[in-house]
Structure formats: C-alpha cells, structure tokens
Design a protein around this ligand. Sequence first.
Ligand SMILES: [Ca+2]
Length: 273
Amino acid sequence: MRRRGPAESFAMICWLLALCSIAPAPAAAADAAEQGGNAEVAQYGYRVVSKQRFDRNNFTQGLEIHDGRLYVSSGLYGQSAIRVYAFPELEPLQTIPVNSRIFAEGLTIIDNRLFLLSWRERIMLVYSLPDMTLLGQSALPGQGWGATHHGSVLWFSDGSDKLYSADINDGGKLSVLPITLDGAPLRNLNELEWVQGEIWANVWQSDQIARIDPASGRVVGIIDLTGLLTDEDRLRDTDVLNGIARDPDTGAIWVTGKRWPWLFEIALENPAP
Ligand SMILES: [Ca+2]
C-alpha cells in the first residue's frame, strides 16, 4: 500500500481547513424547491435477513464497511472510541480511544483516510488506514453528526435539515444541500450511507431512514424500521436506531443503534406491510 508522506499529510490537513468556507448549492436548492411535495414518497417496510451479536458498548454514531472490516465510531465524552472488526465475522481487531474531551460522531473512509466527526468540538480527526494512525485534525464549521462519502466527496450532517458536501480532491469547497420531505424541511438528519446513488439518513429519535436524492435534496423514500429491536433486547440505557452500512461486496444493508446488541442485515419491502 502506498504510504502518505509527512508533507502530503500536511497538505491534506491544510486542505481540510478550507472546509470552513461554506458555499450554498444554489442549483440543488432550486431543484428541491421546484420539486416540492409533488412527487410521491415511497414507503418501505423491512424484513430481517440475518443478524449478528454486536457489542452493547457501542454508542453507535458512525458505521461503515471497508475492505473486509467494519468501522464503528462510538460517542459520549470520556468513552468515545473507534472500533474495528473483521467483517462479517465481527471479530474485534482494534479499539482506538478518542481524546476524552471529544464526543465522537460519524465516520467515513476516503482513499485510505478515515474521517471522524466530533459533535460540538468543531473539529474532524483524520486517521490513516489500515494502521489507524492519527494524522491530524481540521476545523468543522459547526456540529458534526453523520458522515458518508461518494468517491472523493465527503458528505456530513449536523442534526439540521441540511447535508454538507466537499470534494477532498478538489479544493474542499463546502456545499450545503437543504433536505425536504413533501416540500417541508426534514430535520434531525444523523448517520449517513451512500447507497447506489442515494444518501440514506437515520432521522434522530425515530425508527425511520430517509432515502435522499443527493442532486435535489428531496426525500424519495422512507424506510420504517419500527419493531426491529424487540422489547426483550432493550435495556434501560438502550438508545435510538443509528448506523447504516452497505457491504460494498454484496450490496447488503446492515443497521444497528446506540447500545444495541445486534447488527441487523435488512431487506426492504415495498409497499410497507
Ligand atoms: Ca454509514
């Protein structure tokens, strides 16, 4: 594997600082406004294809499968960490603690670099793969929630009704995309996953995943995962559905939640049963 030299790493970090300069995405915003609530939003149910035991210590904020490994970022101050598992066996390979003053949020991997958002600290940590060496940090314009990528474009959410994107190989200019459901803003966008030309987003404090057209910002489908985690599997500290990962080898969709004991492989059913 090609190693990234210190000078190259420094250039990359300098580049990331450019994320502070935010530019709106006028074409996309206009498209979203024009399309409004005219198009029908598809409703999906689900069935569980398989499930694997998952570590309840994961207060899951980010979930991504890359090169035969599952990367999980786990939140909370003093407990934040990135955990790496062999996939699909889920054998623990590595735990990387995060500075106790940082609340880890979403993660994504681009070109053998792992980008980890923080919640309120306004920074993003950058690690090299596969050794998970911390390369440095860069500024975020605000809160960080969920992250994903498509090619070299980094996408992230901040809990609002907006998604942010920047091409890390093209200057890092940040674009802002308003997200609408039936013409109204859809807030609380959290963990993200790029799925075959769409962005799938957990909607915080709900059992729903929104399927978003990244060109227009319009929600084209809603997946209702109500009942996925049974009452028997819930403890007092079990938290919300959060975490979507697409297996790039098989196309399978895996989901979990904060302090959930299972990683679920799901298939969509349409229309919802
Ligand atoms: Ca994800």
